[in-house]
Design a protein around this ligand. Structure first.
Ligand code: CS2
Length: 509
């Protein structure tokens, strides 16, 4: 690769138009500048900036841990391409909305100062579910989390997103600066309200009681936490993508690949101004909940189910799982029969079509979306993706067979060896705890399931007490252990009616 690296000077040389200038300040500080943020919020913001180049919104990205993205983007003046790939071809967008990347552990004080400065109107986050240091089953702050303990004792050098947020709000209060909007863009249930409650719980632990009360009151008056639903499939970029998806004329080490589809629904409640994101197709609505529930339960629920079951069946990518006809029948049945009835359709959305569109998105053969990536952190994902649906269905005495099968698939995956006996590297904050349960109760399936269901970080008291849930998970877990996922799935499918594939063909292009 001998071409020059993408940056502003190169754009000038190539006479490419840019709206970038040094006249405008950073107005968004984003925590967690991974591939998803770049292909989603930064991409939407860039679209708006292109439409109103005289008033661009710039983003400063913050990495809470690694230097990788800084090394990719800072030598490129923050510029990178988003490449949308599917069977119909490729489409690039040169994104210019990010101006710099900071690595938080190197200089936490600068990060806090940037978040606290009056020009910063929005602090947004994509730090993944585990980045919120909460108990997934209850949504409550985990006060024994080592990072939270550290941050409460070291407010000037925090490590967690919550620690940075609270220190920056404290600085705003001290400087009499205006309030701010904190925009959670992670797949948490009720993400705005959940983040507000976590911030408040953190503040409640501050040792200085005067500051604690004053700060809590100030946040209640001056900080907004809108709910959001974010959706775009963004696989981790590989070195091969950097080579093969590259645009001609320069080297772009910050490239991210994604699908053509993108959706962002935001509760329209901001403290100060915001980019005119609606001009780029973002929906600003009063109530995000129906969109969020449909997406978390149907898209993410199906994703998690196909990741564990697909992995155990020997698949590597999402599109491969969709081409496995048993898996496709299973997913369609679970979504249509067991998840869809738990949802209230957002206005204007036909949930049957939504399901078919999701399956079509999953079938994208050029994205190479690794199921191992989706399988990570299951303990943090399952409650909102599969378990909350099960709780609601059980309360109404409705069938939960496929959902229980998926939960059994997850438990089987956390056992950390595959069906050939090869080790699985389970990436999950509770991997060790789940493995210890397997080792202690290996000889007795009922005790094993009882111990799993007593793991209250994941399973709520309601689920633990449900005889149906315990019985069905236990049944499928032992069946999978004895016969493997493929046979278990065939047995399950004997009981399952097929859904007619919709008459209207949905064309990908
Ligand atoms: C996926 C999501 O990795 C995962 O857990 O389910 O990242 C999914 O691709 C996005 O939420 C799609 O919007």
């Amino acid at each position: 690769m001998s071409a020059n690296r993408l940056n502003l000077a190169l754009l000038e040389e190539q006479q490419t138009n840019t709206y970038r200038s040094t006249k405008h300040p950073v107005r968004i500080v984003h925590l967690g500048i991974g591939a998803f943020h770049r292909a989603h919020q930064a991409w939407y913001t860039d679209k708006v900036n292109q439409l109103q180049a005289e008033d661009p919104w710039y983003i400063a990205g913050v990495s809470l841990r690694s230097e990788t993205v800084r090394e990719q983007l800072n030598p490129q003046d923050g510029l990178f391409n988003v490449v949308e790939s599917d069977v119909c071809g490729r489409r690039w967008q040169l994104v210019q909305s990010v101006t710099q990347v900071l690595v938080a552990p190197e200089d936490p004080a600068s990060v806090i100062a940037l978040m606290a400065q009056a020009d910063t109107k929005i602090i947004s986050l994509t730090v993944t579910e585990k980045g919120y240091c909460y108990d997934p089953a209850t949504g409550k702050l985990n006060l024994s989390d080592a990072t939270i303990v550290h941050d409460l004792n070291h407010p000037d050098t925090p490590k967690s997103a919550l620690g940075f947020i609270v220190s920056s709000l404290q600085q705003r209060l001290a400087a009499n600066a205006p309030g701010v909007t904190i925009l959670c863009c992670d797949n948490l249930p009720n993400n705005g309200a959940t983040l507000r409650a976590l911030v408040m719980a953190f503040v409640d632990q501050l040792s200085d009681s005067q500051l604690r009360d004053k700060l809590a009151g100030w946040i209640a008056q001056n900080v907004a936490f809108p709910a959001t639903m974010v959706d775009r499939i963004v696989p981790a970029t590989t070195p091969d993508d950097i080579q093969q998806q590259a645009r001609e004329g320069y080297r772009d080490l910050g490239l991210v690949k994604t699908e053509r589809f993108s959706q962002w629904v935001i509760e329209d409640s901001f403290v100060l101004s915001r980019p005119a994101w609606e001009k780029a197709g973002v929906m600003l609505v009063k109530n995000v909940e129906p969109f969020e529930k449909a997406k978390l339960r149907l898209l993410n629920g199906a994703h998690s189910a196909l990741a564990y079951l697909g992995f155990l069946k020997g698949h590597q990518y999402v599109d491969e799982v969709i081409r496995d006809t048993d898996m496709l029948r299973f997913l369609r049945h679970m979504m249509q029969r067991e998840i869809l009835p738990s949802l209230k359709a957002p206005e204007g959305l036909d949930l049957n079509n939504y399901i078919e569109e999701l399956l079509l998105r999953f079938s994208n053969p050029v994205l190479h979306h690794s199921i191992y990536q989706i399988a990570m952190d299951g303990s943090q994902k399952l409650p909102q993706r599969l378990l909350s649906t099960i709780v609601e269905r059980l309360a109404q005495q409705q069938e939960v067979e496929c959902l229980c099968f998926a939960v059994a698939g997850w438990l089987r995956y956390t056992m950390a060896f595959d069906q050939k006996g090869e080790p699985i590297e389970v990436q999950d904050p509770y991997a060790a705890a789940l493995l210890a349960i397997r080792k202690t109760h290996w000889d007795h399936i009922d005790q094993l399931v009882e111990a799993y269901l007593s793991f209250d970080k994941v399973f709520s008291a309601e689920l633990k007490q449900s005889a149906v849930f315990r019985e069905r998970v236990s049944y499928w877990l032992s069946y999978i252990l004895a016969n493997g996922v493929a046979t278990a799935l065939q047995t399950l499918l004997l009981e399952v009616q097929d859904y007619p594939v919709p008459e209207k063909e949905i064309l990908p292009c």
